[in-house]
Design a protein around this ligand. Structure first.
Ligand SMILES: Nc1ncnc2c1ncn2[C@@H]1O[C@H](COP(=O)(O)OP(=O)(O)OP(=O)(O)O)[C@@H](O)[C@H]1O
Ligand SMILES: [Mg+2]
Length: 257
């Protein structure tokens, strides 16, 4: 079956220094796939190449069998690539609902979202309806009119996810969604994501340092180290391999020793 997302031979260097070398990965329809590796391995760089924020030096990006390597960011988004950011990038004075409405306009609009939002004024009934559906689904309905600065970090993460969902992704790229969350918030986020993913059928490519999260959440995973893939396969099996433990977990014996 054609993967929903595929990278072929992606290489990327910054000022001559290689950050990615020949990275090939595939995410199947509705699959949950992990991308792990130590700090600086190139995970965010790969995400940015997939999203269109960076142009790779070599290689190509494919969405549902189409080569999208030369498409701009907003066209990739409209074709179904959704994302959350590694660091929360929300505008603190705007409300939860406003954040989701902006995302909805990205999906429908022509890419110049702020101009569009300011120019077109009030949101349409349709826009408000899809916004309310997502807010309810994430348990954020009561916080809809709160400014972002009033939210906890965990709630902020959910708004990020909500913003991604508004674009109706076919594949969702999550860059360290649990960063800054405590254990319970991480477990809650994982459960919510799992539910939404199974219900709506989109695929997830997850970058995460929390190995327990990766082990519990993903079916397969890839391991990046110094810009190259060093392992891939079923998550449980990959996490057992000594090369993964040594490079990523820093110990040949395993995470708890
Ligand atoms: N804009 C940039 N200019 C120059 N070098 C960069 C830039 N962004 C990243 N790098 C370098 O590229 C390499 C890969 O970085 P990247 O941020 O993709 O790693 P990462 O796996 O996401 O790390 P982390 O787990 O810390 O988020 C690192 O050596 C980093 O220093
Ligand atoms: Mg990163």
């Amino acid at each position: 079956m054609t993967p929903i997302l595929e990278t072929r031979g992606i290489s990327k260097s910054y000022a001559g220094i290689g950050a990615l070398r020949d990275v090939a990965l595939q995410v199947g329809e509705g699959e949950r796939v992990g991308l792990i590796g130590p700090n600086g391995a190139g995970k965010t760089t790969l995400f940015n190449c997939i999203l269109g924020l960076l142009v790779p030096n070599a290689g190509s990006v494919w969405l549902a069998g189409d080569n999208i390597t030369s498409l701009p960011v907003h066209q990739r988004a409209r074709r179904g690539i959704g994302r959350s950011f590694q660091r929360i990038e929300l505008f603190t004075e705007s409300t939860v609902r406003e954040h989701l409405l902006i995302a909805e306009r990205v999906r429908r609009g022509n890419g110049s979202l702020w101009k569009d939002l300011l120019g077109r004024g009030r949101p349409t009934a349709d826009e408000l309806r899809s916004c309310d559906v997502v807010l309810a689904r994430l348990g954020l309905a009561e916080l809809a009119d709160e400014p972002i600065e009033q939210l906890s970090l965990g709630q902020g993460r959910l708004v990020e996810v909500g913003r991604a969902l508004m674009t109706q992704p076919r594949v969702l790229l999550l860059d360290e969604p649990s960063s800054g969350l405590d254990r319970q918030e991480t477990a809650d986020l994982a459960a919510t994501l799992r539910e939404l993913q199974e219900e709506q059928g989109f695929a997830i490519l997850l970058v995460e340092h929390d190995v327990e999260f990766v082990a519990a959440f993903t079916q397969r995973c890839y391991v990046l180290d110094f810009g190259s893939l060093i392992a891939e396969g079923l998550t449980a099996e990959v996490l057992e391999r000594s090369i993964v433990r040594e490079s990523y977990l820093g110990t040949p014996e395993g995470p708890d020793t």
